[in-house]
Design a protein around this ligand. Structure first.
Ligand code: NAD
Length: 515
């Protein structure tokens, strides 16, 4: 019998300040809302109602924005290392709440507990990263062509940053953005997914305490909970928000990119993926199996970086798939808070419909289901599905689009050049991997001839990115980069300075201009 963890819904609610009925707007510690329009948070495992949240109204939004703009004017005046110190304390507060916040992620979103904890660890890691960054928001000194002149570049805080997040990483994506925005001197306004509002309320409660303790305006961190079509649209159209970082589907990104672009605002777009692993005949097949299995089945296929396609060299194709199918048949499917479970539910019955439709479409388009393909109801609600492997041509329309479910498409190749071609022949460009022990194959995959994705790995899978590297992808994935490397620059405004310390006027390019 599977051993249950001891974490109950009541314990999670108590630890994180959650109730059965709550309000969906917060700036500076106070929860409020006057829309009389409610969204419901469900437990995807059994369909139980977890809470009802009154959405932020237009008036609530205005109040939050007013406070966020005022808070920005104070916050930007604090030296960056002092802002970093407060972000360090946010990281500490998250360490203390890690177990319960990780459990809430499992309860409301459905990923298994070890992955819920991993998601909170990402939040802690980005805080640590941001603390270091707060002493290194640096620009170069440049050589001027004019005598006794100096040029340099410096970075200033940008304003109120808008963060729109998807349901599948209900806490980490917010932290990726806000930890950087905060050390950069910005305040942030978060519109979380309306499928995971409790995760947002819990995070805001945690940071509210930290900001209050430090006697800085609480409205450095702000939340407006509501649908994309109401409060989301309000946010993206708001000219007071110079930058919107949006994570979600490509369709959502097209809308947000268009609206924010039309008002010449800045965006970071983190959209859908269609990630593949190439498995060469020169690969360590045991490692490849473990990585591909986690990549395709982990988080029930609901990661933007989930492995969706396997491109396998023909001489190892049958052998590899036999082992993969054997693993698939052993997947323990069930309650994500049960420590024996490997795969929890999909987020809702709509996602299950998408799974069923994709399998039907794959069959119509010539695909052959090698294992899985069924909907399960272990707890009544139809939110569980079997992880599924389908042999199919890369050109099939269904393979070309992202289905947010544990469906893995498999295909063969003969020569590595053909594998690269298949790999890149999709509209998305997020994460990619090759399994090979050949240096030449690996290097070619990372070269301009190889993967066209924002993330390209050798001998590790497509999912499970670390804080530190810039995260994001090309083509329909949106081109955004966040979290690591120099992504912080998108949260600041760059200024080029030229200083004449010699007194004489010299015009650039040798231009003469005398009265
Ligand atoms: P979604 O597109 O349905 O929603 C994402 C967010 O956008 C939600 O908060 C939603 O309310 C909001 N939104 C929708 N329309 C809006 C509008 N017109 N104006 C403002 N906000 C709007 O996505 P989802 O189902 O929550 O998440 C799954 C998708 O997210 C997948 O496609 C996945 O690949 C993608 N994703 C990408 C990354 C990445 O980093 N590339 C990370 C996680 C998820």
């Amino acid at each position: 019998m599977a051993k249950k963890t001891k974490i109950t819904k009541a314990a999670i609610f108590r630890a994180l300040g959650l109730k059965a009925k709550m309000k969906g707007a917060n700036c500076g510690g106070e929860w409020f809302a006057d829309s009389k329009d409610y969204i419901t948070s469900f437990n995807p495992t059994n369909g139980e109602v977890l809470a009802r949240i009154e959405q932020a109204s237009s008036r609530d939004y205005d109040k939050v924005m007013r406070e966020a703009r005022k808070a920005f004017l104070v916050w930007r005046g604090l030296p960056a290392p002092q802002r970093g110190e407060i972000v360090r304390q946010v990281g500490e507060a998250l360490r203390q709440k890690k177990e319960m916040l990780g459990a809430l992620v499992s309860l409301e979103m459905g990923k298994i507990y070890t992955e819920g904890l991993g998601e909170v660890q990402e939040m802690i890691d980005i805080c640590d990263f941001a603390v270091g960054l707060s002493r290194n928001l640096s620009g170069p000194t440049l050589q001027s062509e004019r005598p006794k002149h100096r040029m340099m570049e410096q970075w200033h805080p940008l304003g109120v940053i808008g963060v729109i997040s998807a349901f599948n990483f209900p806490v980490a994506v917010w932290a990726w953005n806000t930890a950087l925005a905060w050390v950069c001197g910005d305040s942030a306004l978060w519109k979380p997914s309306s499928k995971t509002p409790l995760c947002a309320i819990a995070c805001q409660n945690i940071v509210n305490e930290v900001f209050a303790k430090n006697d800085v305006p609480g409205a450095i961190s702000n939340v407006t909970i509501g649908r994309g079509s109401t409060i989301g649209e309000r946010l993206i159209n708001d000219k007071h928000i110079p930058m919107v970082s949006a994570t979600g589907s490509t369709r959502m990104g097209q809308r947000i990119g268009g609206v924010v672009g039309a008002r010449l605002g800045r965006t970071i777009l983190e959209l859908g993926g269609n990630n593949a692993v190439i498995i060469s005949e020169k690969a360590d097949l045991t490692g490849a199996l473990a990585s591909a299995f986690f990549g395709a089945v982990g988080t029930a296929g609901q990661r933007c970086t989930s492995t969706r396609r396997l491109i396998i060299q023909e001489t190892v194709y049958d052998k590899f798939l036999k082992k993969m199918i054997a693993n698939y048949k052993k997947v323990a499917i069930g309650d994500p808070l049960d420590s024996k479970t490997l795969m929890g539910p999909l987020i809702d019955e709509g996602a299950v419909k998408d799974y069923e439709n994709a399998i039907a479409a794959a069959r119509e388009q010539g695909g052959k289901v090698l294992c899985g393909g069924k909907v399960l109801k272990p707890f009544g609600a139809a939110t569980f599905v079997q992880p599924t492997i389908i042999e199919i041509d890369n050109k099939a329309a269904i393979v070309q689009s992202e289905t947010f479910a544990p469906i893995l498409y498999v295909m063969k190749y003969k020569k590595i050049e053909q594998a690269f071609k298949l790999h890149n022949d999709v509209p998305q460009g997020l994460s990619s991997a090759i399994y090979t022990d050949s240096v030449n194959e690996g290097e070619a995959f990372l070269s301009y001839l190889g993967s066209d994705c924002g993330i390209a790995n050798i001998n590790i899978g497509t999912s499970g990115a670390e804080i530190g590297g810039a995260f994001g992808g090309e083509k329909e994935t949106g081109g955004g980069r966040e979290s690591g490397s120099d992504a912080w620059k998108l949260y600041m405004r760059r200024q080029t300075n030229t200083i004449n310390w010699g007194g004489e006027v010299h015009l650039a390019q040798g231009v003469e201009f005398h009265a």
